[in-house]
Design a protein around this ligand. Structure first.
Ligand code: B12
Ligand code: SF4
Length: 477
């Protein structure tokens, strides 16, 4: 049977790859994954591939992965002993920007949207010695210098009938296997239209192809949690979906089952407008110790007009109160250097953090992601410092790709949020020092904040926290 090897640069579990691997293995194909920074120093991907002889090499990439992944693909394509290997790219970046196939000569195939069926068809073709893959739905295929573009197939409708995500490909690495928190994925898609996120254009891209927001059944997730507990064990559970709290009926059923059958403390993502007294109480009652949600900006103008969040300060403050009341700790996600954001508006974010008494904050610098409305807004308003920066950026925490007043000051503020939240009296002083050049002290405060947030979410011990941090520094998220 055909063999595929995926490459990833740093250690985190990609649900996309776990779902794909589960499905491919159920059809008899051989799947492996290499996490480059978890291999010994002398590890050479090219020698490894020559030794293993896969048919396909796969990359699941977001925009920040474009550089390292296409560089490796180019090396593969140049190696005379690897001429039969096909390189396939899928995930958020190729879905938003399939044209990468034209720009990167190391890329043979890109997948737009879900990859389970498309990859299986490709591997089955290989098994049958079929060399033409130009007609596989969801794929764009390069052959003899021509690009063949195919329509999209329907979205997977019945997730319960699919195999469980395959964790084996990740858990051969002790760092991931031994994490005391294990993650579970409950649904695909998100119904909101925040302008900086991929979901609004996915909703358009997949319109007419089935339900964009689709849930696994509570029973099936509980079954998966039990099987992971039995096989690998865990102390805590992280229920990862863009937001767990959208559908109250589904959630109520899930929480009842969870409490009865699993009864282990868990954390989740939520959205402030989805939290009312009833649901927060149910979450707490079922063992939720931590949730995180987006404030994004303390300025209602930036939050609602620029980011399309459609959420008032009052809603956010109410959510904070309820979480405090029911003793669920919370982290606030927020974005600095948003398009047209002023210094005063950035300080409105700090004021909201303090008012809400957030337990922690997760602070990124705005990046206009290809395909999003926010990207178009920046391009149309000539806010992009360079069109290319967007594709070449490899961190969301340090560099703004916008040209507008106060980028320097607000980028510094993004690094000092921790101090503002812990010592509100320092805010006037921080207003002054953000004019200084960025320096190791600012960087340290920012890193410390990330460590603390990570520890809080996953209930890590200090040692576990440090190991996880060092392992995934660049993609901490
Ligand atoms: C969970 C999640 C994470 C997790 C896991 C990341 C991962 N790569 O799986 C963590 C917390 C680690 C994370 C980190 C980051 N994330 Co994130 N994350 C998500 C989230 C909320 C869900 C992803 C998911 O699991 N979906 C469910 C699975 C089943 O779908 P999927 O991953 O899309 O995979 C399917 C297809 O894409 C395809 N596919 C995927 N890979 C491949 C590979 C091949 C070869 C093929 C053929 C097909 C294929 O088949 C899969 C199954 O159908 C998405 C939002 C979203 N709606 O996608 C953002 C999202 C992917 N993240 C995003 C970002 C920006 C990041 C970070 C850069 C943030 C940061 N902190 O620095 C890092 C980058 C990490 C990385 N290198 O990938 C952006 C990416 C935008 C872009 N254009 O790049 C998204 C889209 C959110 C947004 N802002 O819009 N993230
Ligand atoms: S709620 Fe979160 S996942 Fe959903 S569209 Fe907004 S930013 Fe994206």
């Amino acid at each position: 049977m055909a063999k595929i090897i995926f490459f990833q640069d740093v250690p985190f579990e990609s649900f996309g790859l776990e779902f794909i691997s589960g499905y491919l293995k159920s059809k008899g194909h051989s799947v492996d994954l290499i996490i480059l920074n978890q291999e010994p120093r002398r590890f050479d991907p090219i020698s490894y591939l020559i030794h293993e002889g896969p048919d396909v090499v796969g990359f699941s990439i977001t925009t920040i992965d474009r550089q390292w992944s296409t560089a490796l693909a180019r090396r593969i394509k140049k190696e005379p002993k690897l001429q039969n290997i096909l390189t396939v790219f899928g995930g958020a970046h190729p879905t938003a920007f399939p044209d990468m196939i034209k720009e990167d000569d190391g890329v043979d195939i890109v997948c737009v949207g879900e990859g389970e069926y498309a990859l299986e068809e490709l591997l089955s073709n290989i098994d049958k010695k079929i060399k033409d893959h130009q007609n596989i739905l969801n794929l764009q295929v390069k052959k003899d210098g021509r690009i063949y573009t195919n329509p999209l197939r329907s979205l997977i409708a019945d997730h319960d009938s699919m195999p469980f995500p395959d964790r084996e490909i990740y858990y051969k690495y002790p760092l991931l296997r031994n994490m005391s928190t294990k993650k579970f994925f409950s649904r695909r898609g998100c119904p909101y239209q925040c302008t900086f996120c991929n979901n609004h254009y996915y909703q358009k891209l997949f319109s007419g192809l089935g339900k964009y927001v689709s849930y696994r059944s509570p029973e099936k997730i509980i079954e998966e949690i039990k099987s992971v507990r039995h096989k690998y064990g865990f102390k805590y559970v992280y229920l990862a979906a863009e937001t767990l709290t959208t559908n109250h009926e589904w959630l109520t059923k899930f929480l009842e089952l969870y409490k009865k059958e699993i009864c282990v403390p868990f954390s989740c993502l939520s959205r402030a407008n989805e939290l009312n007294e009833d649901i927060v109480k149910k979450l707490a009652d079922a063992g939720c110790y931590f949730t995180s949600f987006g404030l994004e900006s303390g300025s209602e103008r930036i939050r609602n007009q620029v980011y399309g969040r459609n959420m008032s300060n009052e809603t956010l403050l109410k959510a904070g109160e309820l979480l405090h009341k029911h003793k669920i700790k919370f982290l606030i996600h927020q974005i600095f250097v948003g398009p047209t954001e002023t210094i005063d508006e950035a300080f409105e974010t700090i004021a909201m953090d303090i008012k809400m008494k957030a337990d922690s904050t997760w602070n990124t610098i705005f990046q206009p992601m290809l395909g999003t409305e926010a990207y178009n807004y920046c391009r149309n308003n000539k806010l992009l410092a360079s069109e290319n920066l967007v594709e070449n950026v490899d961190s969301l925490y340090n560099v703004s790709t916008l040209k507008q007043p106060n980028v320097h000051e607000i980028s510094n503020l993004q690094k000092l949020v921790y101090l503002c939240l812990k010592f509100p009296k320092l805010v006037p002083f921080i207003r002054k020092i953000i004019k200084w050049p960025c320096n190791p002290l600012f960087e340290f405060v920012s890193k410390w904040n990330m460590l603390i947030s990570y520890r809080l979410r996953y209930r890590l011990g200090y040692w576990e926290m440090l190991k996880a941090y060092l392992g995934s520094n660049k993609r901490f998220g």
